[in-house]
Design a protein around this ligand. Structure first.
Ligand SMILES: [Zn+2]
Length: 345
């Protein structure tokens, strides 16, 4: 009796692109999404592949979160403008990874209610975000050496304009990631371990041996003028730093400084968690210098208006990386993150 053959889990995503064809292709990944009135419907995820002369292979992503707009603009603009004749290497550009969330202007995907950046490495038999995440992990990250993911802080927060990277054990990878962040050229670069980082795109890239940085270039649910300027410059800076296009990275900052400041959030002490549900009044903007024990904000109890507001204090000193601005918060929500100068070796 023969053993039943169980098919390996294959992606259900399909496309008409050739990852190796020279020149520029602009198209879509098709994620099947059966619905009432559309049995064979697909969600079309924008993607461009640009193959030039031999060189590095790099992934640029935006719109992993739909309420973060700078990457959606910058990655799409680069895909339209880039001349493959001027490129050494391969670029894969995905300006709106979670397209349904981008069209809704929301962090969570409206199809399955998931955060795409908590779905890696995905599942080909899972929900929309899980199916797409599995394709990105198995078919995109396996074709690049470097991943640059453009985020902002969404509707709830605003970030000091920054790249971010994880603590990694390998000294050579750490050094090359710092260099990548320096070429990117944001005012700040933050090394962190995060609250829930194992299922992000950056973590999946690292598991694939791909050099990865992410970024936070705005927030409060709007397009940051300076964040977008940094994002657009950064994509070309990264290519220049890798020798993919001519020129040297321009890392001059708006305050006249010449380079990126390396910072870190070593553990969870830098995170402020709301002690109760309420209306949060922040006292500082992103980038502000703060001290341990300093008042960070007040939690107001609107329905119990005679009750005194509850103070929230910083647990560590440094500079505000993430400033809250959502108004209503729930107990356990992060209402601020503090970064301090990088002290690691
Ligand atoms: Zn994001």
């Amino acid at each position: 009796m023969s053993t039943p053959v169980v098919a390996a889990a294959r992606s259900r995503v399909f496309h008409e692109l050739d990852f190796d064809r020279p020149g520029k292709q602009i198209g879509y990944l098709r994620v099947p999404q059966s619905r009432d009135g559309g049995a064979w419907s697909t969600i079309e995820i924008p993607i461009a592949i640009v193959n030039g002369a031999p060189g590095p292979a790099v992934l640029f992503t935006g719109g992993v979160h739909g309420d973060e707009y700078e990457g959606q603009i910058a990655v799409a603009r680069l895909a339209r403008e880039l001349d493959p004749q001027s490129l050494r290497g391969r670029l894969i550009l995905m300006p709106a990874v979670d397209l349904p969330a981008a069209l809704a202007g929301k962090r969570m995907c409206p199809i399955d209610g998931r955060d795409f950046n908590r779905c890696l490495p995905g599942d080909p038999r899972g929900s929309f975000c899980q199916v797409l995440a599995h394709f990105v992990d198995t078919e995109i990250l396996t074709r690049v050496e470097i991943s640059v993911d453009i985020h902002a802080a969404g509707n709830a927060m605003e970030a000091a304009l920054s790249t971010n990277m994880h603590y990694v054990d390998d000294a050579d990878i750490l050094r090359r990631t710092f260099t990548l962040a320096e070429h990117f050229g944001a005012p700040w670069n933050v090394v962190f371990s995060g609250v829930d980082e194992t299922s992000t795109l950056a973590a999946a890239a690292e598991r694939r041996g791909v050099l990865a940085i992410s970024s936070e270039l705005g927030g409060y649910g709007r397009v940051s003028v300076e964040g977008l300027r940094i994002a657009e410059r950064a994509l070309r800076n990264v290519m220049k730093g890798l020798g993919m296009i001519d020129g040297a990275p321009d890392t001059s900052q708006i305050d006249g400084s010449a380079a990126t400041r390396h910072m870190e959030v070593p553990g969870h002490d830098g995170y402020l968690f709301a002690p109760s549900d309420g209306l949060y009044e922040p006292l500082h903007l992103s980038g502000a210098p703060v001290e341990a024990g300093q008042l960070a904000g007040w939690l107001h109890f609107v329905e119990e208006w005679a009750r005194a507001p509850q103070p929230v204090e910083y647990r560590t000193g440094g500079f505000v990386w993430m400033a809250p601005g959502s108004g209503r918060v729930k107990k356990g929500d992060v209402v601020g993150v503090v970064m301090r100068p990088y002290a690691g070796g």
